[in-house]
Write a protein that binds this ligand. Structure first.
Ligand SMILES: Nc1nc2c([nH]c(=O)n2[C@H]2C[C@H](O)[C@@H](COP(=O)(O)OP(=O)(O)OP(=O)(O)O)O2)c(=O)[nH]1
Length: 129
């Protein structure tokens, strides 16, 4: 069984939230979607809510799933959901920086390798709205 990493694509006013990793050194500086590993005994949606609270200080509503299992390093998969803000404004508690990316900026940050295809799928999904 792979370890599951959950990630939220928070969409607000047509922009998506990107977060710049602070660690580990191999990933620091790269951009990702907020999230993290599901704890033992924890549900995936529960983990997503917890990570957004811990990392951004916000409450989110979880929307539709983006794709299936996105490959990370061996033994890890990432599952991704669209989300909207319910309470609060995101603050970078654990990231180096946050950026809201409009449609013309989706590919303007240095996404982690695993995240580039996710951003492409998100662009397709949001472009259909
Ligand atoms: N959260 C997140 N992690 C990603 C993304 N893309 C990507 O390759 N990863 C990788 C980086 C990490 O190796 C792993 C997620 O681990 P994490 O460090 O964010 O998880 P966590 O908050 O539970 O961390 P910890 O408790 O182990 O410190 O997945 C992404 O978009 N979001």
């Amino acid at each position: 069984m792979s370890i599951v990493v959950v990630a939220a694509v928070i969409v607000s006013d047509g922009r998506v939230l990107a977060a710049q990793r602070a660690e580990p050194p191999a990933l620091a500086g790269g951009w990702e979607f907020p999230g993290g590993k599901v704890d033992p005994g924890e549900g995936e949606e529960e983990a997503l809510l917890r990570e957004c609270r811990e990392e951004l200080g916000v409450e989110i509503s979880v929307g539709r799933r983006v794709g299936g299992d996105w490959p990370l390093s061996p033994g890890y998969v990432m599952r991704v959901w669209l989300a909207t803000l319910q309470v609060g404004t995101p603050v970078a508690k654990e990231h180096l920086a946050l950026r809201w990316l409009g449609p013309d900026e989706y590919f303007s940050v240095d996404w982690l390798g695993a995240d580039l295809p996710v951003m492409e799928a998100v662009a397709d999904l949001l472009g259909q709205d």
